[in-house]
Design a protein around this ligand. Structure first.
Ligand code: CP3
Length: 339
């Protein structure tokens, strides 16, 4: 049934639990590695035909949704903060955003201009998959994007980010407003280009206390999600390390709340409320375990969901490159088989 993912987002009855994986297109697949040997990550993102090809690659494994191949950092470039994916280091922002002048310099770009290639890719994907597999668009949430802008790359402590948030709350607010406006417009443009659901990735927000989340982040996320919820497609609100933030995230908005593996799914769902859909929550590293164990834990997630309407099976975070394709297939089959 091609629409079981969208039906589950809306908490409608489904034949079997739908499943897709964050980072389902990527280095764990030989086809992807073969293409990456010839092209950079950014070249793939910026060439709609290649983004289409990579988006489709994992679907032969049986996922119930496709996710646009792109990256949450792509808006940085048209905003005026150039970056690259450096080999082995992850993203490197050439001139990190740390001062009033840096923030004032950032542009609120029109997605049709600065990110037209993403929208072109989405149009191609939608045309290719129409009536077969729904396509998910996405954007990074303002805290997660701002943390890359300020730190200059990946961080484990978010020191400079938190320092700006606490020491220069006005500057922080202005940065969050600029990023949020770009994200809001980008999600709108993606739905217009054919995205049948969108996911907001607040991957690193779990580094915040509830107090700081509510004071410095939630108002901005709420603004984005309130707008996205008027677009008529399901909106997935995702974060990791968010066991303490689930209620605050739910209150910020979204049709579906993402849950990671650090909390049992049934406990998380009871706190979010069974009147909302949830997505999760297998530890992505279980895909490196013996396949029988990965399947057993998959069934445990299904048991925790207990057949309630509104569960989308996913990992608690993205697939890691070392993942065996056969284990991915085994988990997908186990989800579809049910308990
Ligand atoms: O999920 C999908 O299949 C869609 C594609 C997608 C990518 N990145 C492709 C990618 C999505 C949805 C993202 C989101 C993203 N990007 C997030 C949020 C989700 C998360 O994982 O927390 C974040 C924080 C980023 C930033 C980012 N992009 C980092 C930190 C890295 C380097 C780390 C790494 O895995 O190498 C990237 C690069 C990136 N984005 C790759 C892929 C497939 C690897 C690029 C490559 O070398 O081929």
């Amino acid at each position: 049934m091609h629409d079981r993912f969208l039906r589950a987002c809306r908490r409608e009855p489904v034949d079997v639990t739908p499943v897709w994986f964050m980072r389902q297109a990527g280095r764990y697949m030989a086809e992807y590695r073969a293409l990456r040997a010839k092209r950079t990550m950014l070249e793939i993102c910026k060439t709609p035909e290649l983004a289409l090809e990579v988006t489709l690659q994992p679907l032969r494994l049986g996922m119930d949704a496709a996710i646009l191949f792109a990256d949450i950092l792509l808006p940085l470039e048209p905003m005026g903060a150039s970056f690259e994916f450096a080999k082995g280091e992850g993203p490197v922002i050439h001139e990190p955003i740390r001062t009033r002048a840096d923030v004032d310099r950032l542009r609120v770009c029109d997605p049709e201009e600065g990110l037209g290639y993403v929208l072109d890719a989405l149009r191609l994907i939608r045309r290719e998959l129409d009536g077969k597999t729904p396509v998910i668009g996405f954007a990074g949430a303002p805290f997660t994007i701002a943390s890359y802008m300020i730190e200059g790359g990946k961080s484990s402590s978010y020191q400079l980010t938190k320092k700006m948030m606490w020491s220069e709350p006005e500057l922080w607010g202005d940065l969050m407003r600029k990023v949020s406006e770009v994200v809001r417009l980008f999600l709108r443009a993606q739905v217009k280009a054919g995205a049948q659901a969108v996911q907001l990735f607040d991957s690193w927000v779990g580094s915040l206390s509830v107090e700081d989340y509510c004071a410095h982040v939630q108002p901005h996320v709420r603004h984005i999600l309130a707008d996205a919820m008027t677009l008529g497609v399901p909106v997935i609100h995702f974060g990791t390390g968010t066991s303490t933030l689930l209620e605050a995230q739910r209150d910020a908005g979204g049709t579906v709340i993402g849950v990671d593996w650090r909390i049992p799914l049934d406990l998380a769902w009871s706190r979010i409320g069974f009147d909302k859909a949830v997505q999760g929550n297998l530890d992505p590293l279980l895909l490196l375990a013996p396949p029988e164990l990965a399947v057993e834990r998959t069934r445990a997630v299904l048991r925790a969901a207990a057949g309630r309407p509104g569960h989308i099976f996913n990992l608690g975070h993205g697939i890691v490159p070392e993942t065996p394709v056969d284990t991915v297939r085994a988990v997908i089959d186990a989800v579809h088989e049910g308990i």
